[in-house]
Design a protein around this ligand. Structure first.
Ligand code: APR
Length: 307
């Protein structure tokens, strides 16, 4: 393949992203993890599925970064889950340390890559990757809005019994309890959902979207969601690799847009061969704007802990 994507972290999200990338035949894939044998084993397993899945993407596993050299896109999923007795701040600091180490290596071997950050807490991890890589802001972005919007879309389709393909949804803000789903900009075949559902039902779907990650954790009990997160990261990578210029909600460094400065937060952007090619500023109602600012304050408090 003429494109190359590295996925750091060969756990649930990383391995699933690798599978989606190669089964869509978008690129060759290098899977990196610190655990010896795991990325190599998963890569070989995916290669052995290739004759059946009918793709010629090469998948390689590694514990170091040499093979990642000159990647077009790097998806970073490395991190540890919260363990019993661990505070959110401890997790934040541990994952920030992992993110620093990973980003340093990624930037050394692939100085022109676009980085898609997936590790949580997402918006804070984007700050770490941005600082450590020294990359311009158009090449560092976080995956959150595509996932949150996909969850909202899935719930809209279930509620109205329509094809998911007809649904469109926008979720802005940080990735967490303070995310800002925008019903006004969410539609079915172009019809705003505010025309199709009662306010009460919309609020119920918005709340389910906000707690979508926790709903999966409470079902799985030993881990968090990975099919939809992997799909979301791969949709972003595809738009970059194919220069599709899709408009997707992504966490990006705002420098005055939406009245927010020097903070990664989810807003609609155009994704193409140059990474973030445009930040699209949509008009928000006073309530939506207040919700976005509240979400920004939550992200800022995490960044403050790291700094
Ligand atoms: N370098 C490379 N890989 C690492 C490092 C490191 N320094 N530290 C940890 N890892 C690897 C782990 O060995 C593990 O295989 O990251 C992988 C994480 O995988 P999982 O524990 O299965 O977690 P996953 O469900 O994939 O989630 C990854 O994405 O959605 C977020 O909240 C989620 O932050 C989490 C991340």
């Amino acid at each position: 393949m003429d494109k190359k994507v590295t996925v750091i972290g060969a756990g649930n999200v990383g391995a699933t992203a690798a599978q989606r990338l190669c089964e869509k035949e978008l690129c060759d894939v290098v899977l990196v993890d610190i655990v010896d044998g795991v990325p190599q084993g998963k890569a070989l397993d995916l290669m052995e599925a290739a004759p059946i899945e009918k793709h010629d993407s090469a998948v390689t596993g590694a514990n170091s970064y040499e093979l990642t050299a000159d990647s077009d896109v790097v998806i970073i999923t490395a991190g540890i889950p919260r363990k019993p007795g661990m505070s959110r701040d401890d997790l934040l600091k541990t994952n920030a340390g992992i993110m620093r180490d990973v980003t340093r290596n990624v930037a050394k071997y692939s100085p022109n890559a676009k980085l898609i950050i997936v590790s949580n807490p997402l918006d804070a991890m984007c700050h770490v990757a941005y600082k450590e890589s020294g990359f311009p802001r158009n090449r560092v972005m976080g995956m959150a809005g595509v996932l949150d919007s996909a969850r909202f879309r899935a719930f809209i389709a279930m509620e109205l019994n329509v094809s998911v393909e007809n649904t469109h949804a926008f979720v802005l803000g940080g990735h967490g309890d303070t995310m800002v789903p925008l019903p006004r900009y969410s539609s079915v075949a172009g019809i705003p959902i505010t025309e199709l559902m009662s306010q009460e039902r919309i609020e119920a779907l918005v709340e389910r979207t906000r707690t979508g990650g926790a709903e999966i954790v409470s079902l799985l009990k030993t881990g968090s969601a990975y099919y939809a997160p992997a799909s979301a990261a791969v949709e972003m990578a595809e738009s970059i690799l194919k220069d599709k210029k899709k408009v997707l909600p992504c966490a990006v460094l705002l420098e005055g847009e939406y009245g927010i400065n020097n903070l990664f937060i989810g807003v609609p952007v155009k994704l193409g061969a140059n990474g973030i090619e445009q930040i699209i500023e949509i008009r928000l109602s006073p309530e939506e704007d207040a919700a976005l600012k509240k979400s920004a304050a939550a992200v800022q408090s995490l960044v403050d802990i790291l700094e």
